[in-house]
Ligand binder design. Structure first.
Ligand SMILES: [Zn+2]
Length: 282
């Protein structure tokens, strides 16, 4: 038997995700150009006409408009509704993660879900912008660090003890480990090899991830997995194209941070013992 109130919250989390996915689209388009995401309202990128409220309903408007701008007929790329669908899906997954049962429908668990949905938004926006422009906007990296630390402090005040209850101290250590430690490694690599192995955007992104997920084991696990997949894909593509291929590292870090957020405990339980099987047990 599904709890009706819980089902209502679950549906709301999908709708909320769809609407925020629509807002992510605006951020993805405007932050690389240093434009405000609040003013002016959504415009058609082709003719500049303000998008009316009835044409701004996630996914539905895109279908009703026949995938074109109402004024100039500019074909609206499928990435717009797809980002909205991604928002709806992630809204649901984050809700399920932080409010796993009807007994968890309290302010602390709901606040945790809201905070980590902001984090997921930063990861998605950062990844899309990095893929398109090879930059990570400060809005989703350094500006998001205080949000992570203060958010973790707020959850502590609310008495939150569920998944990812890292507390503000862990959040600060996570941000420092991500920023200072990996920043130091980037400097060392630059000093030794004379070229940038890890971009400064990636270092700032790691600090942001640390401020939401804490230092141990999250930031260690995320960096390790991203390095492994980054190397495998990078070497594979270099062999395939027969020239050195540089992949943006940000989306790779963001993907593993998302996987850790949603399934970290399961994966650590299942795969980490297998990885460290040769180590003496505690
Ligand atoms: Zn237009």
């Amino acid at each position: 038997m599904i709890d009706p109130l819980y089902a209502l919250y679950a549906v709301f989390s999908v709708l909320f995700g769809l609407v925020l996915g629509s807002f992510w689209n605006v951020c993805i388009a405007r932050w690389p150009e240093d434009r405000s995401v609040i003013h002016p309202r959504s415009q058609c990128p082709s003719c500049g006409t303000m998008v009316e409220a009835r044409d701004n309903v996630p996914v539905v408007s895109w279908l009703l408009l026949g995938r074109k701008c109402r004024t100039c007929g500019w074909p609206i790329p499928a990435t717009y509704p797809l980002t909205e669908v991604l928002g709806g899906l992630l809204g649901f997954l984050v809700f399920r993660r932080f409010v796993p049962t009807p007994f968890d429908l309290d302010p602390a668990h709901l606040a945790a879900a809201a905070l980590y949905f902001v984090f997921v938004g930063a990861l998605v926006i950062g990844s899309f912008v990095d893929i398109r422009h090879r930059i990570l906007p400060d809005e989703v990296t350094i500006y998001a660090i205080p949000v992570g630390v203060l958010g973790c402090a707020l959850l502590e005040v609310l008495g939150y003890t569920g998944w990812m209850a890292v507390g503000w101290r862990q959040a600060v250590v996570g941000a420092l480990l991500g920023g200072v430690f990996f920043g130091g490694m980037a400097l060392a690599a630059l000093f030794v090899s004379g070229r940038e192995a890890l971009g400064w955007g990636d270092v700032k992104l790691l600090a942001m991830i640390g401020s939401f997920l804490g230092a141990h084991p999250a930031i260690v696990a995320v960096t390790m997995m991203a390095s492994i997949t980054g190397s495998v894909v990078g070497i594979g593509m270099t062999i395939w194209h027969q020239r050195r291929v540089y992949l943006p590292f940000g989306p790779n870090l963001a993907l593993w941070a998302l996987v850790y957020l949603l399934y970290g405990d399961e994966l650590m339980k299942r795969f980490l013992p297998a990885l460290f099987v040769w180590l003496p047990g505690p």
